[in-house]
Design a protein around this ligand. Structure first.
Ligand code: DGJ
Length: 729
């Protein structure tokens, strides 16, 4: 019967209505709640068939009924790797190559596949494809993380053609989606205003989010997104795909709605000005596109990404993070040994666990007393710190604190010994004016000598001060005036990719030698926030904007994808360099506690409150750093409140912030999520202000808390509440 239907379909197909195609080999990849399906059709082509809710049976994929595209004898079959030229694919291709003989088209057919179960949670499927006309091969690598509901896509390109080939486009991942409508949530911004969330309905054409900045690539647009299928999604409803690219260089993510309302999603290294020559038998590997699908809204996507990041991506994802005090906002460039030891003493007294000496500690011939000089000269400034860094690190250790230090090893001021000694290491095109940004220039990390130098900055520091426990790695400009003195003239377009690969090779060496070192990724704030960089870092500095009200929205957007354990979130003075609006110490502490709590220097504040808050954080940090994040009110739901909870197996911590003034009688009802409905919870108010909340020390059932909810008198802008919920018998 089915066979007859197929024949009928085929006949109709000739009339350009529907066609029936056979899928000979079905290749499903499952996680607990999702499936991604590929298949090899009768023409030996690898097709992308499905990404969505977990399926139990894949048999029906063996027969595909498709509508023919009008005016063509092409169907809507979606290749797994759309190539340019030979396959009738008219949208933006994933792969575009100029072959050794000058041929510009690429066709890929299935060669074989293998599935390797690394353990009972991770499996890797590799599908090998080749061009029938050339010894040109692409391997599609799909990694599935069962419990975390994460799937990653990437490709490996190699060939043995007679001569070099040119890679023109080389995206990592591709999804072919079909829905009534598509709504994209993405995160743009600027310095001190990163991760501003925009949601927009996609219409025909290409919407791209991308960076061409080379360094600091996520400062103005993050390489992650949420894509809602059909209706817009909410925290708990709707079909959503979350994606994030694990690459710290130029990237591009295209959302192309074609004339038939199909969405083609491509993500990878940005092909812009990046044509890449690949010699015979060399291998080109693209970074991973990390994906998650949820049929129950955005909250689940966040929890999937967070637990995956802690387990598989982030450095030391299973270890608690210390409370940091960073010297930057308290001292900027003007300090001496006494200022720093006083800060350390003060931090120790408050209960801080890690002191981090920020910018300004180095340079002698060209002292780093402002951002105008010294960058590149990583010797301790003798007049500011006559007893050296060792003295400070030991002082911190004696006071019970660990010691960390700031570096920016990819950059140089013209007023530095490094710039005078190695002008050829600076990114520049001879004959063009040097374009400074924050008075600095970038070093050419495509050059192995520069890679060795950048590594030596860390290695020398660690050798001379072995008790450095933490490095804040900053990068305060993007690349301009592109040009490498190292790369050959026909390889200048390799610069963008080789820079990032060079950076990663330095990180690799550092991690091999110093596996326990804590590292923070900073690039003028959140300019290097991606899973490529987080694979080598423990955390990131989310923004130089430490105003708590701004942070409520910024950290909400950040934590849609990236986990709280890695989100550097500091209490700072108020008003501070980012705002004139004062806010209470309680509000600042409450907001900062939603991430990896730290501090900038606080003056004339209630020390008793700070000490207690730090102690409180130590008691709850396991829940915040490893718990599941649930959001009840969000900064974008129009309510004027933000409420969230981190939920562990035995306890939870709930935060509520009023982000604007609400009229008398208007109050929030918080219905918690993720609790055990059958358990009872005792509530304890934390970081108490003047009044005690009515729920303090009361016991409620999980069922009541999640269905009836609690009402709170949190009505004025900057009002906030923190509650701990502990299971009781
Ligand atoms: C930018 C960072 O985001 C700041 O925290 C601070 O480290 C400065 N750079 C130092 O120059």
């Amino acid at each position: 019967m089915n066979y007859l239907k197929c024949i009928l379909g085929l006949l109709l197909g000739l009339l350009s209505i529907t066609v029936c195609a056979k899928i000979q080999t079905i290749l499903p990849i499952n996680t607990q709640d999702t499936s991604m399906v590929y298949g090899v059709n009768e023409s030996n082509k690898l097709q992308f068939l499905y990404y969505g809710k977990r399926l139990n049976s894949f048999d029906n994929f063996s027969e595909l009924h498709m509508v023919n595209k009008p005016d063509t004898n092409r169907t809507f079959q979606s290749p797994a790797i759309p190539t340019f030229g030979a396959d009738g694919f008219m949208n933006e291709p994933m792969l575009r190559v100029t072959h050794a003989d000058g041929g510009m088209s690429t066709d890929l057919v299935y060669v074989g596949h293998q599935v390797n179960n690394q353990d009972n949670n991770v499996s890797v499927m590799k599908v090998k494809l080749r061009d029938p006309n050339y010894p040109f091969f692409v391997t599609l690598k799909i990694t599935a993380y069962l419990k975390e509901n994460i799937v990653s896509q990437q490709t490996i390109i190699e060939h043995s053609e007679k001569g070099d080939i040119e890679l023109q486009s080389f995206y990592s991942g591709y999804l072919a989606l079909k829905s009534q409508a598509y709504h994209l949530t993405h995160f743009h911004g600027a310095w001190a205003g990163e991760m501003k969330l925009s949601e927009e309905k996609l219409t025909q054409g290409i919407k791209s989010i991308e960076s061409k900045k080379g360094v600091r690539t996520t400062q103005t647009e993050n390489s992650s997104f949420l894509l809602s299928l059909g209706q817009t999604s909410t925290e708990d409803t709707g079909e959503v795909i979350g994606g994030a690219l694990a690459w710290s260089g130029n990237y591009k993510i295209n959302f192309e709605v074609d004339e038939y309302k199909n969405l083609n999603l491509l993500a990878g290294m940005n092909p812009f000005a990046s044509q890449y020559t690949l010699a015979s038998n060399d291998i080109f590997e693209t970074p991973a596109l990390i994906l998650s699908y949820s049929a129950q809204g955005q909250g689940k996507i966040s929890r999937n990404f967070h637990s995956w990041a802690r387990r598989y991506s982030l450095m030391h994802g299973d270890q608690e993070r210390p409370i940091v005090l960073n010297s930057w906002e308290g001292a900027y460039f003007s300090f001496d040994q006494a200022t720093i030891t006083e800060m350390i003493d003060d931090a120790a007294d408050l209960g801080v666990e890690m002191f981090v000496l920020d910018d300004g500690w180095f340079g002698n011939k060209y002292p780093r007393n402002s951002d105008k000089a010294g960058l590149g000269d990583w010797q301790v400034n003798q007049s500011k710190l006559p007893n050296g860094i060792n003295f400070l690190a030991e002082h911190a250790n004696k006071k019970g604190l660990q010691f960390g230090i700031w570096i920016e090893p990819e950059m140089v001021n013209q007023d530095s010994e490094l710039a005078k000694n190695h002008p050829d290491w600076i990114v520049q095109r001879p004959g063009r004016k040097l374009l400074e940004w924050r008075n600095q220039l970038s070093l050419d990390l495509s050059n192995p000598d520069v890679q060795a130098y950048v590594y030596s900055v860390v290695d020398d520091l660690m050798q001379s001060v072995p008790n450095i426990a933490y490095i804040k790695w900053d990068a305060n400009r993007h690349i301009e005036n592109i040009g490498s003195n190292y790369l050959a003239k026909d390889k200048q377009s390799h610069f963008w990719i080789d820079y990032t690969k060079g950076l990663y090779s330095v990180y690799e060496k550092i991690r091999a030698k110093y596996p326990n070192l804590l590292m923070q990724a900073c690039a003028s704030g959140g300019g290097r926030l991606d899973f490529g960089s987080l694979a080598y870092h423990d955390e990131f500095w989310a923004s130089d904007n430490t105003d708590p009200m701004a942070r409520v929205s910024l950290q909400y957007a950040t934590n849609l994808i990236y986990p709280a354990i890695a989100t550097g979130s500091h209490i700072s003075t108020s008003p501070n360099h980012q705002t004139k609006q004062p806010s209470s110490l309680k509000f600042r502490a409450d907001v900062a506690m939603t991430g990896r709590l730290g501090m900038e220097l606080l003056q004339d504040e209630n020390r008793t409150f700070i000490k207690k808050a730090l102690l409180t954080y130590k008691n709850i940090r396991k829940i915040i750093q490893f718990g599941d994040l649930y959001r009840m009110h969000t900064p974008i739901d129009g309510s004027g409140w933000t409420s969230l909870a981190y939920v562990g197996s035995e306890d939870a911590v709930m935060f509520l912030f009023s982000t604007r003034h609400h009229d008398r009688g208007i109050y929030p009802t918080v219905k918690l999520k993720g609790l055990d409905a059958k358990a009872n919870y005792r509530i304890t108010e934390l970081n108490k202000g003047d009044k005690t909340c009515w729920v303090d020390q009361k016991v409620f059932s999980g069922e009541y808390l999640m269905n009836v909810g609690l009402n709170f008198d949190v009505r004025f802008a900057y009002d906030s509440l923190v509650l701990k919920l502990t299971k009781v018998n």
